[in-house]
Structure formats: structure tokens, C-alpha cells
Design a protein around this ligand. Sequence first.
Ligand code: IMP
Ligand code: MG
Length: 179
Amino acid sequence: MTNTVQLHDRTFAIHISDDAINKAVREVAAAINRDLEGTNPLFVGVLNGAFMFLGDLLKHVHIPCEVSFVKVASYEGTSSTGQVKQLVGLGENIKDRTVVIVEDIVDTGNTIEHLVESLKTQRPASIHICTLLFKPNAYTRNIPIEYAALRVPNDFLVGYGLDYDGLGRNLKHIYKITE
Ligand code: IMP
Ligand code: MG
């Protein structure tokens, strides 16, 4: 098996194996099962990046729950534009609901802050953040990241839902960009 993959003009090397990802996903699901029992949470996946994480996460969430999606975009190439575009909004009424926003990665926190502010206007009972990857050294906001499956350094990563200009979302491992 090869440990590197070429996407567009860049080479990426395996950084987190599928086994390590799956273990972290099961752990975060267990915490959600424990904390949110009895609340019938609405999981709101953030497209496109969170599709794979949300699918795997929910196989291990055993409490009654519902699922929906929003679609936003802020990245171009390997860096954030700082502008969050909402491409598809939430159809559900979330007044008095327990909401869990599910992200692939929280980097600066710009996207998550934008989403929390926009969902708050509907007065949900509570909003929780669940992310596969969290870059604590890049994070500049104050919203607590309650459920972070894996903490990662400030490197550009692809795979398991994350892309480099559209490519790499289908990879089962997470890869890190090489110099
Ligand atoms: P933030 O708004 O700076 O927190 O960035 C969050 C969004 O940027 C995520 O939902 C991803 O789509 C994208 N992103 C941030 N870091 C990476 C990365 O390392 N690889 C791929 N996409 C990333
Ligand atoms: Mg992206």
C-alpha cells in the first residue's frame, strides 16, 4: 500500500489512519449518547466536508435523534477566504430543539461562529458543536468546541470528507500536505 497521494499539484502523506479515525468517532459518539440522552437532538451536518463523518458518527449514536444539513463554503485552495457563503439553509424549525452542528474541521472558527449566530436567531434550546478535527492553535473564537474527535496541528489536511479544491473527499485515511 502506498502512503502518499497526489491531488492536483500537491502530494499528501497519511497522517491519521482509518483505524484511528474510527476509534475517535466511536468515542465522540459515546460522549453524545451519554450527554444528550432524552433530548431528541437534531444533528445538522455542514456540507460538503462533514458527509462522511456524520454518516459514520450516527452509526454509533443510539439515542433517538434527527438529521439535517446546511451547506456553506469559505475555503479556496488551502486557505480560508474569511467569508462564509451559505449555499443551502436549514429547512427544519429548531425553536426549543437541541441542535448539534457537525463539522469536518474547525480551523479559525469563522464558519462555526457564522452558523451558531444564524441558528441562534431561531431560539433553539441549546447548540452543541461536534467536529471530527479541531485545530486549537488556529482557533480565534470563544464558542466552546464541546465534541472534538481529534485535535490536529495547523497543517492542511485532506481525506475522510476534507478536500483540496474538490479532490480527496473519498479517501478513507486523513492525509497531510507535504512541503
Ligand atoms: P474555519 O471557518 O476557518 O474554521 O474553517 C472551517 C472550514 O474550512 C471547514 O469546514 C473546512 O471546509 C475548511 N478547512 C479548514 N481547514 C482545512 C484543512 O486542513 N483541509 C481542508 N479543509 C479545511
Ligand atoms: Mg472545504
